[in-house]
Design a protein around this ligand. Structure first.
Ligand code: ZN
Length: 140
């Protein structure tokens, strides 16, 4: 039942992505690519006063990569960088099976745990998060 729910969440984000598009300048653009699957995620974002004040994504690829980017953009927009790094760490832990999904605390992000059964797809699910992490680390 939970698997079905998770699958629906992913399909919903894939079909109706949140925050898809581009930002106007000034912005930071960073691109990520997952050669295993051919997924591409391009992030446009702005950081002001250690806050991720705006973020949008574009690109193309499998449903998991694009749904994950949509979830990320929706959940992290307006968050402090500390919260952003914590959320990224949580997604990695979730996908490695180090923590269990919890709809109450993680919200729709929990749905990404469904990918754990398919190790080859884990890189699809983490692509957007890796891309953002890399871009933010590059700012320092
Ligand atoms: Zn993929």
């Amino acid at each position: 039942m939970l698997d079905e729910l998770y699958q629906q969440v992913i399909l919903d984000h894939y079909r109706q992505p949140r925050g898809r598009g581009h930002l106007q300048e000034p912005k930071i653009t960073h691109e990520g690519f997952n050669p295993l699957c051919g997924d591409e995620v391009i992030l446009d974002f702005r950081v002001e006063d250690d806050m991720l004040t705006d973020i949008k994504f574009s690109g193309r690829g499998c449903s998991i990569s694009q749904a994950s980017a949509s979830m990320m953009v929706e959940s992290l927009k307006g968050k402090s960088l500390t919260e952003v790094f914590e959320a990224i760490r949580q997604v990695y832990a979730l996908l490695k099976g180090e923590i269990e999904p919890d709809l109450e605390t993680m919200g729709e992000i929990s749905a990404l745990s469904g990918v754990r059964k398919f190790p080859v797809r884990v890189k699809c699910a983490t692509l957007a998060w890796h891309t953002l992490e890399e871009a933010l680390k590059g700012l320092k």
